[in-house]
Design a binder for this molecule. Structure first.
Ligand SMILES: *Cc1c(COP(=O)(O)O)cnc(C)c1O
Length: 391
């Protein structure tokens, strides 16, 4: 047999659209001894994880648990449990992930009405109202934090519109949870899902979800069986809730990691976590603007955890990102879909949202752009970021 070298991935600074940097306490929790998924000790951890997730989502929803799968599995879990063929569904799309929601609804045989605005814009409430059109609708789906564009979408008004026609509101919180406020109960959101590798700073592999009583009533009144065996919450509930009946083997060590990650956030305090994301975002923006670069999204709709930066004319996107990775060990994201080659996506998510990362990135980018012959303002970015950090 060939001899393979011992696994030894380089330590990178993960400042892309996810995965984000993992806190050392999370990595250490993952390496704790594996125990059985029906071990009383593990069952106690499961109860704790559900309780921690309720605090993170700001909800009392009993049906709150992590799906074994990535964020997209969370999306599919929410949709497959409430949708039946022929249901009318309104999906708001201003980026890649709204498109994914629409695709899943279509595969489930729903009648999909899309509200589309160009990538990078927020979706106006009257456009959503027009698409709902006063008609009986089963579900309204929207992305809270569009990671493909860096746009933040206001949620509470959408909830009111959905409920007026008896629809459930589904919110994608993959990138928002742990980065900006997510208020499931206060906003009256019926179904929400997230992922572990964005602002929770845990490796990818789990999708926290939460279901309101209204959505559970819809599931109870289904005419047809949920078409997915793995994602059917009726059965998952017997494992995560009451009877602890075996359904599938829970990813034990990943769940240790999630427990530690949420604990870290709650120890710091949700308000402090949001304030940290906001401050580091402001410092990054100040630095980029001092250098002469522009942000892609209008100020009121910018996400602090995902910054889209307009790539200046004449700059080779791939070459810049390659230099960041190979010279500085920094990963950032490129543009997706319509934004390919047009923007960089700079994540300041969870544990990666730290002042030293902002400074490292600004210094690295200035150095690379200068060498590429761009006329960026030199020596101004770090100072501008520093001023914000001291304020
Ligand atoms: C990353 C992401 C997803 C998909 O999550 P995966 O973990 O990649 O499956 C869905 N929605 C948004 C907004 C995301 O950022």
């Amino acid at each position: 047999m060939e001899s393979y070298k011992t696994l030894n991935p380089t330590v990178r600074t993960l400042m892309g659209p996810g995965p984000s940097d993992i806190h050392p306490r999370v990595l250490s929790a993952i390496s704790a001894p594996t125990i059985g998924h029906l071990d009383p000790q593990f069952i106690a951890y499961m109860d704790e994880i559900q309780d921690l997730l309720r605090q993170l989502f700001s909800t009392q929803n009993k049906l709150t648990f992590p799906v074994s799968g990535t964020g997209s599995a969370g999306m599919e879990t929410c949709m497959v449990n409430v949708l039946e063929p022929g249901d009318r569904v309104v999906i708001a799309q201003n980026g890649v992930f709204g498109g994914r929601m629409a695709d899943i609804a279509d595969r489930l045989g729903a009648e999909v009405v899309k509200v589309e605005v160009p990538f990078g814009q927020y979706i106006p409430i009257d456009a959503i109202q027009k698409a709902i059109d006063g008609k009986a609708t089963k579900l309204v789906g929207i992305v809270h934090a569009e990671t493909s564009t860096g746009v933040r979408q206001p949620i509470p008004e959408v909830a009111t519109l959905a409920h007026e026609v008896g629809a459930l509101l589904l919110v994608d919180c993959v990138t928002s949870l742990g980065g900006i406020p997510v208020e499931i109960d206060q906003w009256d959101v019926d179904l929400a899902y997230s992922g572990t590798q964005k602002c929770l700073s845990c490796p990818p592999g789990l999708a926290p979800v939460t279901f309101s009583q209204r959505s559970i009533d819809v599931i109870r009144n289904r005419k047809s069986k949920v078409i997915s065996w793995y994602l059917d919450v009726n059965m998952l509930l017997n494992y995560w809730g009451g009877d602890r009946v075996y359904h599938h083997t829970a990813p034990i060590n990943m769940l240790y990691g999630l427990r530690e990650a949420v604990l870290l956030i709650l120890e710091e305090g949700l308000e402090n976590v949001y304030a940290r994301h906001q401050k580091n975002h402001q410092a990054l923006v100040a630095g980029l603007e001092a250098m002469g670069l522009a942000l892609f999204v209008e100020k009121p709709y910018r996400l602090p955890q995902l910054n889209t930066v307009v790539i200046p004319d004449g700059i080779d996107d791939a070459a810049v990102r390659k230099s960041l990775l190979t010279e500085f060990n920094i990963e950032i994201g490129g543009g997706l879909g319509a934004l390919k080659d047009k923007v960089w996506r700079v994540g300041l998510m969870g544990y990666a949202s730290r002042p030293e990362n902002v400074m490292l990135f600004l210094a690295a980018l200035e150095s690379i752009l200068t060498r590429q012959g761009t006329s960026v303002q030199q020596g101004k970015a770090i100072e501008a970021a520093h001023v914000i950090m001291q304020s």
